[in-house]
Ligand binder design. Structure first.
Ligand code: PLP
Length: 396
């Protein structure tokens, strides 16, 4: 964040940070669709290429629209620096490539987005990294897992889809003591609800595809934190090319202006829906950090300003076969909720994680993540809450 704007509130920085004006003086930031940029002379080209002089070179690693997005998100996460990527998954890949080498170990948790588990288990291991899984909710397991090769702690909090929490203070402190880098995927909360860098956490990671966009339009990702660490990730983006497109950056830059308002409204509706589902006779259990019944509610209220937009619940069933039947029936019966795998949209979304987002991971990994056939995930959107209740009600 720029020093001159540090004192400003979140909502102001979301609108006023990260702006660059061209010589035309446009009020609304321009979209810079240009693959490369011209130099005044050969000397300037040399200085720009060698990073001796700031300025634009080539849009794989420098583009004004992308830089505006990076500066604004860095400000909201209270980070020194931020690098944008093509998607959330490429942000995770760039972190691994930039900070780790063969022989290093990642300590993480089964309570992760399915593709992240696949990236670790199917790809990173091919390059000589080892992965150790611990319980997200038990800091003592993170402590016990640290060995001589441990270089990175990787976690999501709240986790997808069971909304389990990792204790940012406790897990971060354990890592700091051991010289381990901690990365937190903050895409469920966004900085409007949780700012991991206020805890002993090194890097924050985003799938900007989710609530940063908030309207289901574009893919994007980002990694924010101290410049010394972000530089390693930026080098991967520059050399390997998982860069954010200027168009996507322009869309996402604009989206952040309404982030605080949207997250507040998402959270209010999610809490109302979670409270209502808890009373429903067809529902056996609701997972939502904003509910007093959530086993980590007190922790949620310490590190988040609200519960967020994701509500998961289990349907009552006698066995896994019946559970899947009932879950499919509900997913098929809704008329307003969208049947899609994404989350983080104005439109409410219903998902059956065991057969979709977490359908390609092994049975064992699914069990480790606690994802059963009876589980339904809702990403609560911004429609009228009574309409959402009525839609679920007829399906249940
Ligand atoms: C928690 C979490 N992290 C990362 C990702 C990956 O992001 P992307 O789809 O932008 O690659 C997702 C996507 O659903 C996610 O839910």
């Amino acid at each position: 964040m720029t020093d001159s704007k540090k004192h400003l509130g979140f909502e102001t920085r979301a609108i006023r940070e990260g702006t660059m004006r061209s010589s035309f003086g446009e009020h609304s930031e321009a979209l810079y669709l240009s693959s490369s940029f011209v130099f005044d002379d050969a000397e300037e080209a040399a200085r720009r290429f060698q990073n001796i002089e700031p300025g634009m070179v080539y849009s794989r690693f420098t583009n004004p629209s992308v830089q505006m997005f990076e500066q604004r998100l860095a400000s909201l996460e209270e980070a020194e620096d931020c690098v944008a990527t093509a998607s959330g998954m490429s942000a995770i890949l760039a972190v691994c490539l930039g900070l780790l080498k063969s022989g290093d170990e990642i300590v993480t948790t089964g309570s992760l987005f399915g593709a992240t588990i696949q990236l670790f288990d199917n790809f990173m291991v091919k390059f000589g990294l080892s992965i150790k899984y611990v319980d997200l909710t038990k800091p003592e397991e993170w402590q016990a897992a640290i060995g001589p090769a441990t270089k990175l702690f990787y976690l999501e909090t709240p986790s997808n889809p069971l909304t389990q929490l990792g204790d940012l203070q406790a897990i971060g402190a354990i890592a700091r003591n051991a010289g381990v880098i901690t990365v937190v995927d903050n895409c469920f909360c966004t900085p409007a609800i949780q700012q991991p860098l206020r805890f002993p956490i090194d890097l924050v990671l985003h799938s900007a595809t989710k609530y940063i966009d908030g309207q289901g339009r574009v893919l994007g990702g980002a990694v924010a934190g101290p410049k010394a660490l972000v530089d390693h990730v930026r080098a991967v983006v520059r050399t390997c090319g998982p860069s954010m497109s200027a168009f996507n950056a322009w869309v996402l830059h604009r989206s952040m202006e309404t982030l605080a308002l949207r997250m507040k409204a998402h959270s209010e509706s999610a809490l109302a829906l979670a409270t209502w589902l808890e009373q429903h006779p067809s529902v056996s259990r609701v997972f939502y950090p904003g509910l007093p019944s959530h086993p980590q509610h007190a922790l949620a209220m310490r590190q988040q300003s609200s519960g967020g937009a994701i509500v998961s619940f289990e349907l009552k069933a006698n066995d896994e076969v019946q559970a899947q039947e009932r879950a499919f029936q509900l997913v098929n019966a809704v008329n307003i909720f969208s049947r899609t795998g994404n989350l983080g949209d104005t439109r409410s979304i219903i998902t059956h994680p065991a057969s979709t987002t977490h359908g390609r991971i092994s049975e064992e990994a699914r069990a480790r993540a606690g994802i059963r056939q009876s589980l339904i995930r809702l990403a609560v959107g911004l429609e009228n809450i009574e309409d959402l209740k009525a839609d679920l009600s007829q399906g249940l």
